[in-house]
Design a protein. Structure first.
Length: 117
């Protein structure tokens, strides 16, 4: 199993970034995909989840209305479009995969997002 994030970087407040996660080694379409983030000195936070087969999407209150999670099952990709970025969005963002009802979660290596002027 491999999850590889990309698209992080430095952006000014109010700007946008699009994170991508390339998945391989498992049946992507049957897994719920999530983005987590962790800022220095803070607990890891669930940002957004997209369930398999159109079963729904969940966002943390802190990003609702600004971030959009999507997936392309044909390409085994999941995305996080981040708009109106704030300094408090600065964190390492992780892509994860979990099969609902089964133990364990796969994690990517993370990509740094820094929001600063």
């Amino acid at each position: 199993v491999q999850l590889v994030e990309s698209g992080g970087g430095l952006v000014q407040p109010g700007g946008s970034l699009r994170l991508s996660c390339a998945a391989s080694g498992f049946t992507f379409s049957t897994y719920a995909m999530s983005w987590y983030r962790q800022a220095p000195g803070k607990e890891r936070e669930l940002v957004a989840t997209i369930f398999s087969a159109g079963a729904g999407i969940h966002y943390a209150d802190s990003v609702k209305g600004r971030f959009t999670i999507s997936r392309d099952n044909a390409k085994n990709m999941v995305y996080l479009q981040m708009n109106s970025l704030k300094p408090e969005d600065t964190a390492v963002y992780f892509c994860t995969a979990v099969r609902v009802g089964f133990p364990g979660r796969y994690w990517g290596q993370g990509t740094q997002v820094t929001v600063s002027s």
